[in-house]
Design a protein around this ligand. Structure first.
Ligand code: NCD
Length: 353
C-alpha cells in the first residue's frame, strides 16, 4: 500500500499488519517515540476538523516526527487560485507524507496521481474516510476481540456520511457480517455503496426505525446528519434530530453492544448515554490516534518517488456528480472503474451514465 485513499484498496492482510502494529503501540507507546524521527507530515485541511487533524498531528509527534500544513485553505495559495495538483506537487517537495481533507469527492485519489510521497485521505466530501475506519476497526477489535460475525447497525445520514461508506467497504473483508442500515429514505446509502455490497455478497437490510432493530445489534454506529452537504436546506430541516439514542432506547440493547460514533455529535446521542459502559465513542477517538500512528509509520518511511508516472491530461469531465473533484480540476484524466458490473467514476465512484 503506497497511499491510503479508500479502505477497499487495502487487503485484509495489510489491515491485520497495521492493526497488530497499532496494538503494539497501544501496549507500549514509549517504544515508538523515535520511529519517525526526522520525518515530516503535511496536513492539508480544506474543511473543518477537530479529531482527525489533531489525531494525525499528535500521532506524528508521538512518533518523533513533525507536522506542517493548514487548517484553513484561505491562508495558503489556494486562495490565489492554485490547483490541487500544484499544491500537492509543492507540499510533497517538503513532506514525507501528505494527509488531506477536502469537500470534493475523489480529491485524495486526484492528489495521489501527482504526489511524490504517500497521500492519506482524511475525508473527501461525502465519499470516504478510511482512517476513521481504522479507528473504528481498532476499537471493535480491541473491545470485542474481533470483527467476523458481528451484526452492525449504521444509523443516521448514510447518504452523506463518509465514515459509513468506508466502514462498509472495510467490512467486505470480514466474514458473516450483517448490516442494518438505519436512515430516512432520502438519506439512504448511495447507489454505488448498494452495488458494492451486492457485488461482495454482503448481508444488509435498509430500515427507517432504530428501536425495532436495536436488540439484534452487536455494534450501533450513530452518525450526525451532515448539514454542510445538503444542497436543499429544507431537506436538512426535515431530517435533523430524526434519531436520538437515549438511555431508554438502550435498555433493549444487548449488554455488550458497543455504541460508536465518529464524532462530532450534535444531538443524536443524548448526553446521559455517555456514562453507559457500552458508550465507547471517546475511546474510539483515542484508538484512532494509535491506528494513525501505525499508518504514518508505514507510509512516511517509504522512499520518495521523485517523478511520479506521467498522467494523461483530461479535456472535459466524464463524471456528472457535481461534487466530484473532476468538476473543478479540469485537467484530471477520465478514470473509470467497475462497481457491481457498472462503469463508475474512478475518483468519486458515482455511476457514469
Ligand atoms: C467525521 C467526518 O468528518 O466525516 N468526523 C471525523 O472525522 N471523526 C464525522 C462527521 O463529521 O460527522
Amino acid at each position: 500500500m503506497r497511499h491510503l485513499i479508500d479502505f477497499g484498496d487495502m487487503s485484509r492482510e495489510e489491515w491485520e499488519r497495521l492493526y497488530a502494529r497499532a496494538s503494539e503501540i497501544i501496549d507500549a507507546p514509549e517504544k515508538f517515540v523515535d520511529v519517525c524521527h526526522g520525518k515530516v507530515s503535511c496536513n492539508l485541511f480544506y474543511e473543518p476538523s477537530t479529531r482527525t487533524n489533531f489525531s494525525f498531528q499528535t500521532a506524528m509527534m508521538r512518533l518523533g516526527g513533525s507536522v506542517f500544513g493548514f487548517a484553513d485553505p484561505n491562508s495558503s495559495s489556494v486562495a490565489k487560485g492554485e490547483s490541487l495538483k500544484d499544491t500537492v506537487k509543492m507540499v510533497s517537495n517538503y513532506a514525507d507524507v501528505v494527509v488531506m481533507r477536502t469537500p470534493w469527492e475523489g480529491s485524495a485519489k486526484a492528489a495521489s496521481l501527482y504526489s511524490c510521497v504517500p497521500v492519506v485521505n482524511a475525508g473527501d466530501g461525502g465519499h470516504m474516510h478510511p482512517t476513521q475506519t481504522m479507528a473504528d476497526l481498532t476499537t471493535i477489535t480491541r473491545l470485542r476481540g474481533g470483527v467476523d460475525g458481528l451484526c452492525l447497525g449504521l444509523c443516521g445520514d448514510l447518504k452523506n456520511g463518509r465514515t459509513v461508506h468506508s466502514l462498509i467497504k472495510a467490512m467486505a473483508k470480514f466474514r458473516d457480517i450483517k448490516f442494518f442500515l438505519i436512515s430516512p429514505r432520502e438519506l439512504a446509502v448511495p447507489d454505488y455503496m448498494r452495488a458494492f455490497m451486492r457485488e461482495h455478497n454482503m448481508w444488509f437490510t435498509e430500515v427507517t426505525g432504530l428501536e425495532a432493530v436495536i436488540p439484534q445489534l452487536d455494534v450501533l454506529y450513530m452518525t450526525r446528519i451532515q448539514k454542510e452537504r445538503f444542497v436543499d436546506p429544507l431537506e436538512y430541516e426535515r431530517n435533523k434530530g430524526i434519531y436520538v439514542l437515549t438511555r431508554r432506547k438502550l435498555e433493549r440493547a444487548k449488554k455488550d453492544m458497543l455504541v460508536m460514533h465518529p464524532l462530532p455529535r450534535v444531538d443524536e446521542i443524548a448526553v446521559d448515554v455517555d456514562d453507559d459502559p457500552r458508550a465507547v465513542y471517546f475511546e474510539q477517538a483515542r484508538y484512532g490516534m494509535f491506528a494513525r500512528m501505525a499508518l504514518l509509520e508505514h507510509l512516511a518511511l517509504q522512499p520518495r518517488e521523485d517523478r511520479p508516472a506521467p498522467v494523461e491530461i483530461g479535456t472535459k469531465p466524464i463524471c456528472r456528480n457535481p461534487r466530484c473533484i473532476t468538476q473543478t480540476e479540469r485537467y484530471l484524466p477520465p478514470l473509470v472503474k467497475k462497481i457491481g458490473g457498472v462503469d463508475c467514476c474512478g475518483f468519486c465512484d458515482a455511476a457514469l451514465q
